[in-house]
Structures are given as structure tokens and as C-alpha cells.
Write a protein that binds this ligand. Structure first.
Ligand code: ADP
Ligand code: MG
Length: 628
């Protein structure tokens, strides 16, 4: 058989460049990754053997063997797991099948030579197998798939290409041989290897053996960590296990380990990361909790045991009471799974609540990382909505601190009926919105919503503690019932144009703008700006419409007309109002200014101007008149 040469997928190529270049301070994690792959391979075979026992006939004892050849500077990791055939090899070692790869590689690029940043990202994404190229100038994979006769040798120096050829292997399984570069020869030192396995892979459930001249030496405790009792497990061990299941370097923000006994017994060892994983917002919303049944790994596609809005969780769930025959395809509909799921959700939410109550500063870290994800639960999990809502935190116009809805309600003004909100892409620009002016002047707090998920749960929920949510960019703002607390005495306030003048101006603006606006009216919510746009009561909120448009969810030409609100106390408006009261020519003169006002309001909303040429012409003409 001939040797075939393949080119790495572009992303892998880029990844390998970065991996090789980054002066990794934790190079030893390559061994953790290889052991983790070997252990996964055993898990997968054990699962396959549930339905096809022949696959493990003659060799049912899974193990991972390390061999270090000091002279040749070669370290190998062997397993008797599922192995790979030629198709598996091309599909897995040469591509990155995982979702979010492109985004990940792009971000790595951004990190440039910022080693810490790259390191954190490589860690988070779990470069896995490819991390071997941090220490090697050649990696070989000799593998034979369980149930097949042919063996294959994959080989690469990590520089763009790899080869595959037919080979010999006595039994099923995989041997990854790492040819270390001169500088990394420490990794063939048995002492070093012992230490690495001890500190990074101790909890691997399959025995990790170090081959010696006489006999093999077991390096790990090889018992599933989650089955041990809490009191026996040190923080260090939890952390190491977390690194193993999450492929990351950060500390677990929270560790939730329970052995639940009852009609349905199960154990959960779950972690919440302290850093945001890279694929958190990828459209797949993939879960990362592994399901075991009686310590046999079933699946890591854990949709079914963990709802998508808790996808930041990492870890394992193991149950004695599920059938080993449970299939990956149908388990989501298994009533026992549903029960476990609801138990897990309750547990996680109650642990979060404890943190929120007792350690608000720590909770803030969680909230900033994962709040936007947890909020998906407000509309996806109506059963737990009431538990989630009080745990939500918000930015507000009052200050920089995050507040809860209960805090908001406690700070409501006399006469205030609603929980006021404003949404947008980023806090800085939301804070500048003209629609907030009247609220600020009256000391009324407004929640600043900068997550796109807010536009879904608010309409779904509608109210909290009988107080309706109300967007300040939508509908009328009747602030007159709410006591004004601004310090300015009444006479210092800018006096407004008189009503007849304003009415005349409104009429003139309506004529000039025609069907570009739904209505023109005098505003209660403006104090400093001349104009703003608001959505009519039943229409789509302005920010929601913008978001839908960004995501191509709104057809061309769809969308609602807006109401233009004018500030009767603003000098520009007053000036225009005096004009408007006169007839004939004066009204014509208002035409350009009317359009400019409207365009200004659109710009403030972050919208574009429909007719830029007309805008420029009008602006010039107004400037000329002004100078003239
Ligand atoms: P991950 O483990 O997160 O899937 P890796 O880069 O570590 O990513 O490994 C890529 C893939 O290569 C694995 O998903 C698996 O299909 C295959 N693989 C790697 N090592 C082994 C092994 N020892 N036995 C069988 N398959 C393996
Ligand atoms: Mg891996």
C-alpha cells in the first residue's frame, strides 16, 4: 500500500502555527489532552460494546499505557479503545469538526503575540490532539479500529501536511507517538511524567500505566472522582477534574457536587466556569455535561439533561437507575431523564441564588459572564421563571452597580406604575438616548437592557410583582403623575413655547414630513434634546426592530413608522414655533428644517438617513441662511 499525503484544513494550519509559536507556559497539558483522548476512546468503545459485545471480546480491561524512551526522546500514549480507520483519521486528525472553529481561529489571530490571551483561548477551546505539536517535531498515530483488521499510520510534522499509510497493529486501539524536540526532553523523564499525570489526570477513570523495565506502574487512582464522597475530595482535585472536563485553565467559579438518593438516584458533579467559554453564543448552543450510566459514558451531547439556558455548565451526571440500553437518540424523551433534569435545574438555580444572596460581588462575575444565557430560561423554562427572575441583574440609569428587579421596585417613585426600560446594543450609547432625559430629570430609574435576549423575555413576561415593563422608546410617557424631584425651582426652568405656537409647528411638521412619520407630538420625556423618535403603543419597539433587521428577520420595507416627539422647551423648537404661527412663506421655510430635525432624530436612534444627498443639500442651505 502506498503512502498518501493530505493537506490540513486551513483552520488547523493556522491553529498549528499559533500553537507552535506561542511560548506556552503549560506545555505539559499536551499529555493531559492525549490521555483524555485515550480515555474518551475507551469510553466510546465501552458504550459501543453495550450493543455489540464482540467488539471487546478477549480484552475487556481498558487501560492507557505511557512509554518513555529517553534515548530516542519519544513518549507514547497507547489505549485499547475504539481506534480509528482511514476515514476516521481523515475526518478527525486534519480538520476541526467542532462548531465555532472559525470564530475561534479568528480570535486567536486577534490575540497576535499576546501569549496569555492565546493561551487562555487555546485552553478554553481545547486544541486537544494538536497540542502535541507544542513539544514535538513529529507525531505518529498508529491505530486500528475495534472490529476491523486493517491498521493505519498517520504521521505529521505539523507543518501543513500529514500522511496516512496502511500499517500493522496487533490489536485494536491507538498509539500516539510524540517525537519530542530537543528543548522538551523533560517529558521523557519518568519523574516528570508521573508528576504530570498526578496533577492533571489523576481522576481519569481508566488506569494510566507507565511502562517500566520490569513491570508497569499505575500512575492515577483510576476511580471516578464523582463517586467519591465530598469530604475525601480536595479543592485541587475538583479543579483538576474541572480542567479535564472543560479543557480550560480557569478556576471553577462554582462546584456543585451531589449524590442524590431516592426513587431515582444520580450523582452530579457540575462546574460553572469563571471565564466565558468561546462557543457560548454559537447557534448550536451545545451542552457540555457528560451523561454516564453506572459509570459508563453515554453521551456528551447532553441536551435533555441540561436545558440550553444552563449550557455554561461543565461536568458529569451519572445515574444508577437509568438503563444502559438507553440510546443517545431517544434518551431525551425518557421520563427518568426528564426527572433528573428538573432536579438538576432546581439544584443549580438554588446554588446560584445562594451566591446571589450571600456573595453579591462574586455573583456579579457570574452574571457578567452568563447572565445573558441564564435569561434565555425566562422564556424557555416557564416552570422556573419565577426562580430565575429575582436572580437577574441589570444596569440602570442610577449608577454603575448591577441591581435586581426587587431593588428597582424598592426605588420606585411615588405615583410610578411601571418598570421603565430602554434597550440597545451597548450601554454607553443607551445611556445617551434622548428618550431618557425626562426620566433622569424626574429621578426615575430606567433599566438599561443591552442583551438581545432582553427583547424576547420582556414581552413574554410582561410584568414583575404586578408592575408592567414599559419601554421608554415606546408609547406615551405620562410622567405627570410622578413627582418632580429636580432641584431647579419652577421659575428657573426653560419656559416652553406657548401651546398655540407648538400646535402650529406640529401641524407644519406633519405637512412637511407626510407619511414618513406616524405622528408628531409634544414630548414629556425630553429635557435637553430637541427631538426623539418613539414607537407607537402597539408597534414594534424601535430597538427590537433594529435588532430583527440586523438578523435579517425583517423583510425589506417592513417595519413601523415612528412618532416624532418635539421638546417645546428647546430653543430650536421655540424658534421654529414662532415661525410656524405665521402663515404662507414662513411655513415653506420650515420645510428643510423639518426634514433635518427628523434626520437628526433618526441618527440619534442609530439609523441611517434615507436620502443622504437631500440631507446635505438641506444642511447647506440652512447654514447659508444662518450665516447670511
Ligand atoms: P476532542 O477530543 O475534543 O474531540 P481532539 O483534538 O483531542 O478533540 O481529538 C480529535 C478527535 O480525534 C477526537 O474527537 C477523536 O475522534 C480522535 N481521536 C484522538 N485521539 C484518539 C484516540 N486515542 N482514539 C480514538 N480516536 C481519537
Ligand atoms: Mg480531546
Amino acid at each position: 500500500m502506498t503512502k498518501e499525503t493530505f493537506t490540513f484544513e486551513t483552520e488547523v494550519g493556522k491553529l498549528l502555527d499559533i500553537v507552535a509559536r506561542s511560548l506556552y507556559s503549560h506545555k505539559e497539558i499536551f499529555l493531559r489532552e492525549l490521555i483524555s483522548n485515550a480515555s474518551d476512546a475507551c469510553d466510546r468503545l465501552r458504550y459501543a460494546a453495550l450493543t455489540e459485545p464482540d467488539l471487546i471480546e478477549g480484552d475487556g480491561e481498558f487501560k492507557i499505557t505511557l512509554e518513555a524512551d529517553t534515548e530516542k526522546r519519544v513518549l507514547s500514549v497507547s489505549d485499547n479503545g475504539i481506534g480509528m480507520n482511514r476515514d476516521d483519521l481523515t475526518a478527525t486528525l486534519g480538520t476541526i469538526a467542532r462548531s465555532g472553529t472559525q470564530a475561534f481561529v479568528d480570535q486567536l489571530g486577534e490575540g497576535g503575540d499576546d501569549k496569555d490571551k492565546n493561551l487562555a483561548m487555546i485552553g478554553q477551546f481545547g486544541v486537544g490532539f494538536y497540542s502535541a505539536f507544542m513539544v514535538a517535531d513529529k507525531v505518529e498515530v498508529l491505530t486500528r479500529k475495534a472490529g476491523e483488521d486493517k491498521a493505519w499510520l498517520w504521521s505529521s510534522d505539523g507543518r501543513g501536511e500529514y500522511t496516512i499509510e496502511e500499517a500493522e497493529r496487533d490489536a485494536r486501539g491507538t498509539t500516539v507517538t510524540v517525537h519530542l524536540i530537543e528543548d522538551e526532553k523533560e517529558f521523557v523523564d519518568p519523574e516528570r511524567v508521573r508528576h504530570i499525570v498526578n496533577s492533571h489526570s489523576d481522576h481519569v477513570e481508566i488506569p494510566v500505566m507507565l511502562a517500566g523495565p520490569e513491570k508497569e506502574e499505575k500512575l492515577n487512582s483510576a476511580s471516578a472522582l464523582w463517586t467519591r464522597s465530598k469530604s475525601e475530595i480536595k479543592d485541587e482535585q475538583y479543579k483538576e477534574f474541572y480542567h479535564h472536563v472543560s479543557h480550560s485553565f480557569d478556576e471553577p467559579w462554582l462546584t456543585i457536587h451531589n449524590q442524590v438518593e431516592g426513587v431515582l438516584s444520580y450523582t452530579n458533579l457540575l462546574f460553572i466556569p469563571s471565564m466565558r467559554p468561546i462557543d457560548l453564543f454559537s447557534p448550536e448552543r451545545k451542552m457540555h455535561v457528560k451523561l454516564y450510566v453506572k459509570r459508563v459514558f453515554i453521551t456528551d451531547d447532553s441536551e435533555g439533561i441540561i436545558p440550553a439556558y444552563l449550557r455554561f455548565l461543565r461536568g458529569v451526571v451519572d445515574s444508577e437507575d437509568l438503563s444502559l440500553n438507553i440510546s443517545r437518540e431517544t434518551f431525551q424523551h425518557d421520563p427518568k431523564i426528564t426527572k433528573i433534569r428538573s432536579g438538576l435545574v432546581k439544584r443549580v438555580l438554588s446554588e446560584l441564588k445562594k451566591k446571589a444572596d450571600k456573595a453579591p460581588d462574586e455573583y456579579k462575575i457570574f452574571w457578567e459572564n452568563f447572565g445573558a444565557v441564564l435569561k434565555e430560561g425566562l422564556y424557555e423554562d416557564t416552570a422556573n421563571r419565577d426562580a430565575i427572575l429575582p436572580m437577574c441583574r441589570f444596569h440602570s440609569t442610577r449608577g454603575d452597580d448591577l441591581i435586581s428587579l426587587d431593588d428597582y421596585i424598592a426605588g420606585m417613585k411615588d405615583g410610578q406604575e411601571a418598570i421603565y426600560t430602554i434597550s440597545g446594543d451597548n450601554l454607553d450609547s443607551i445611556r445617551q438616548s434622548p428618550q431618557l432625559e425626562g426620566f433622569k430629570a424626574k429621578g426615575i430609574e430606567v433599566l438599561l437592557l443591552d442583551d438581545s435576549v432582553d427583547d424576547f423575555w420582556i414581552p413574554a413576561i410582561g410584568q414583575y410583582q404586578d408592575k408592567p415593563f414599559k419601554s421608554v422608546t415606546q408609547g406615551g410617557a405620562d410622567l405627570s403623575n410622578i413627582k418632580d424631584e429636580s432641584d431647579k425651582p419652577e421659575q428657573d426652568k426653560p419656559n416652553a413655547a406657548d401651546d398655540t405656537e407648538i400646535d402650529a409647528l406640529i401641524a407644519a411638521l406633519k405637512v412637511a414630513l407626510g407619511d414618513q412619520v406616524k405622528d408628531v407630538r409634544s414630548s414629556e420625556r425630553l429635557t435637553d434634546s430637541a427631538v426623539c423618535l418613539v414607537a407607537d403603543e402597539g408597534d414594534l419597539d424601535i430597538r427590537l426592530e433594529q435588532m430583527l433587521r440586523q438578523h435579517n428577520q425583517l423583510q425589506e420595507g417592513m417595519g413601523s413608522k415612528r412618532i416624532l416627539e418635539i421638546n417645546p422647551s428647546h430653543p430650536t423648537i421655540k424658534r421654529m414655533a414662532t415661525f410656524a404661527k405665521q402663515d404662507g412663506q414662513a411655513i415653506d421655510a420650515l420645510e428643510d428644517t423639518a426634514h433635518l430635525l427628523f434626520d437628526q432624530a433618526r441618527l440619534l436612534e442609530g439609523e441611517t438617513i434615507d436620502d443622504a444627498a437631500a440631507f446635505a443639500r438641506r444642511l447647506s442651505s440652512v447654514i447659508e441662511k444662518g450665516l447670511g
